[in-house]
Design a protein around this ligand. Structure first.
Ligand SMILES: C[S@@+](CC[C@H](N)C(=O)[O-])C[C@H]1O[C@@H](n2cnc3c(N)ncnc32)[C@H](O)[C@@H]1O
Length: 272
């Protein structure tokens, strides 16, 4: 492991894998421990395309943030943001407008510690250590209040994070509460693991079982449930599709790979 000893919080459990660090490892990052790498290998054993899943999700997030920025969005609330490494949301948004503001919300202490280091000195971008289900805590947090203007549109991002909210009603209510808090013209960006695909559903379910041994268990949901979250919103073309199919940069991506191997359904929707 890289020598991160100077910033690792003393209270974290390094004996239990964490989704944020496993995901970082799958994307080629180094902010992870042996236990996370072992978990990543166990995930690959259960779903051989799990690295592609992570890569497709991250690329979807990149395209979705660009899409929102092109639509005029300058504020982003990234819920379950993970490590702000590689190209993170603020870097992507700031390619369109360097004044774009981002609040990252993450519950994993290592990701928060890492975020604090990376973002130190970056104006208009902060990370909050919080559980995104605590909607009032996130919305009333002094950092949120300082950075985000709720009288202007905001993109609410839940990329590969809502499936860690196990209670289905709580998940729906969490989305509703954030979308109620933002003005018309705001956006909702979602990717969520699904076992609806005929191809790959067994592997998805094996991965979900494995997640129960980490600090956050996940749950796969049906296409219908995911589409139901978007009721009342204007879903942008091409609708609810696998991450790799959402406005891909090149057609090549589609012909080369089985779309279902993204294993996460994705959508971008506007609050009318
Ligand atoms: C697979 S990563 C996705 C990271 C990033 N959003 C992306 O799509 O590239 C999921 C992240 O959600 C975080 N997470 C899960 N449940 C959460 C919760 N209730 N509140 C805040 N973060 C959460 C995990 O710690 C993890 O970092």
């Amino acid at each position: 492991m890289t020598d991160h000893a100077t910033w690792i919080p003393t209270d974290i459990d390094v004996e239990r894998a964490s989704p944020a660090r496993v995901y970082d490892y799958l994307l080629g990052g180094s902010w992870n421990f042996d236990i996370d790498r072992m978990m990543a290998q166990a995930a690959i054993d259960r779903m051989p395309w799990v690295r592609e899943l992570a890569r497709h999700n991250r690329q979807f997030l990149t395209r979705a943030v660009r899409f929102c920025a092109d639509a005029g969005i300058r504020q982003f609330l990234d819920l379950g943001s993970g490590m702000p490494t590689a190209k993170s949301v603020h870097e992507i948004a700031r390619e369109t407008d360097p004044r774009a503001r981002v609040v990252y919300v993450e519950q994993e202490p290592v990701a928060v510690a890492h975020g604090g280091l990376i973002l130190a000195g970056v104006d208009g971008v902060e990370m909050i250590g919080a559980d995104m289900r605590d909607v009032d805590v996130v919305l009333n947090h002094p950092t949120t209040a300082a950075l985000l203007d709720f009288d202007e549109p905001i993109a609410v991002l839940m990329a590969s994070s809502l499936h860690y909210v196990l209670d289905a009603e709580e998940a729906v209510r969490t989305v509703e509460r954030y979308m109620e808090a933002v003005v018309p013209g705001s956006y909702f960006v979602l990717s969520h693991i699904s076992d609806s695909g005929a191809d790959g559903a067994d592997e998805v379910n094996r991965l979900v079982e494995l997640s129960k041994t980490t600090s956050s268990a996940g749950v796969a949901r049906s296409r219908e449930w995911i589409e139901g979250l978007l009721g009342g919103l204007e879903v942008a073309e091409p609708g609810v599709v696998y991450t790799s199919q959402w406005r891909p940069d090149t057609r090549l991506q589609l012909v080369r790979e089985l779309p279902a191997h993204s294993s996460l359904l994705a959508a971008v929707a506007r609050k009318p």
